[in-house]
Ligand binder design. Sequence first.
Ligand SMILES: [Zn+2]
Length: 207
Amino acid sequence: MIIYGTNGSHRRTQALPGLACPACATPDALHLSVFSRYTHIYWVPLFPYSKPVAGQCGHCQRVWEEKELPGELKPLATALKKETSAPWWQWVGLALLALGIGWALIANNQDEKDNAAYLAAPQVGDVYTVRSQDSVGAAQYSLLKVVSARGNTVELVTNEYVTNDVHPLSRLNDPEKYSRVPFSLTYLDLQVMLNKGELTDVDRLGQ
Ligand SMILES: [Zn+2]
């Protein structure tokens, strides 16, 4: 369950000298207050979405919500709203989300660069994650391990297990789980598999 809601905080109050209260006629007792309303998720403010304004008389305590403000207060309320911004902390949730997405993009980009670099110069012990489809079209993953690399050819052994885990390394990378019989692929074959999305990750263990 996601705990989600809204809340508000007071931003500023401004006195309105020179005006008399429309209710009790007391001069210089009116003031306007601006609030900032925001959404929150798990009590972390996400983003502000409105700035309600209200008028009050300090003498008779009469309060006017924004839409029932007396006519002469309306332009003052509009001006006050315009020069009042939401506090920075009401944007914290959205800023954290943006940072998280940015971090994920950078990490993903670095991972792709590493994959391309490792694949261009294979080393014994490199482990490739390969994707295939089962009989009903669902993705399944397994591993290939480099056992020798010379010229532009690599020899690989096939992991004899598959999993639906996108990152099968921890589950499958056990020497007992690999075939004893190697087969060959060229660097070009590997590049084609990468481009087709059949080879989804390269791990150089210990790095
Ligand atoms: Zn009053």
